[in-house]
Design a protein around this ligand. Structure first.
Ligand code: SF4
Ligand code: SF4
Length: 190
């Protein structure tokens, strides 16, 4: 018979981020959701939250310059820009990170209604700095970017992949930590 796992151990089995909060939201709901997550995060030791947040922020910093260079090389001629997709949202891991970062929050969810375009899409691309974007917008490598990535030296590719892994693990750690105290959180506004 397998030994019984504790509730804490079971909660730490999350290997994928939840889709909680990844939905259209009006600005008032957005503020309430972030406010509630912020209050809940106060129960954790600051260091426990800051550790994964610093890994995420530093990792995005590493990815920023090459991703910007890829965009400069390809996005201007793109016939099917990824930012016109309607399914890009901040998920709960994004929101936990944003709240814990203690910087100004973005104005709202990417869209208020499902049919809206992303509110952060400006005439020259995304209006947000990379560290404030939904993470899917940070790591996404379209076909054109993948070609550029594959032409990079192996050391660059390895560093990039390790950075993505570090960020992914840190985001999972953040969500697991949150769920260890708030299992069943539904991303409600209350
Ligand atoms: S990232 Fe890729 S898909 Fe998105 S706009 Fe640039 S070239 Fe197009
Ligand atoms: S948040 Fe920025 S990068 Fe993401 S879909 Fe919107 S405009 Fe594009």
């Amino acid at each position: 018979m397998k030994p019984k796992r504790s509730r804490r151990q079971r909660l730490q089995q999350r290997t994928e981020e939840s889709r909680l909060c990844a939905k259209p939201m009006d600005n008032e709901s957005w503020r309430r959701v972030l406010g509630r997550l912020n209050r809940r995060l106060q129960v954790f030791p600051r260091d426990a939250i800051l550790q994964p947040v610093r890994v995420i922020e530093a990792g995005i910093g590493i990815l920023n310059a090459p991703m910007e260079a890829y965009c400069r090389a390809t996005c201007g001629d793109c016939l099917d820009p990824c930012c016109t997709g309607r399914k890009v949202f901040y998920n709960r891991a994004d929101l936990l990170y944003l709240v814990a970062l203690r910087k100004a929050w973005p104005l709202g969810q990417t869209r208020v209604r499902p049919e809206d375009p992303c509110r952060f899409l400006g005439p020259r691309g995304c209006l947000l700095p990379r560290y404030l974007r939904p993470y899917v917008c940070v790591w996404f490598l379209c076909e054109a970017h993948m070609e550029l990535f594959q032409a990079e030296p192996p050391t660059v590719q390895r560093r990039w992949i390790q950075t993505l892994l570090d960020i992914r693990n840190a985001r999972l750690r953040l969500e697991n930590l949150f769920e260890s105290r708030f299992p069943g959180d539904t991303c409600d506004e209350a």
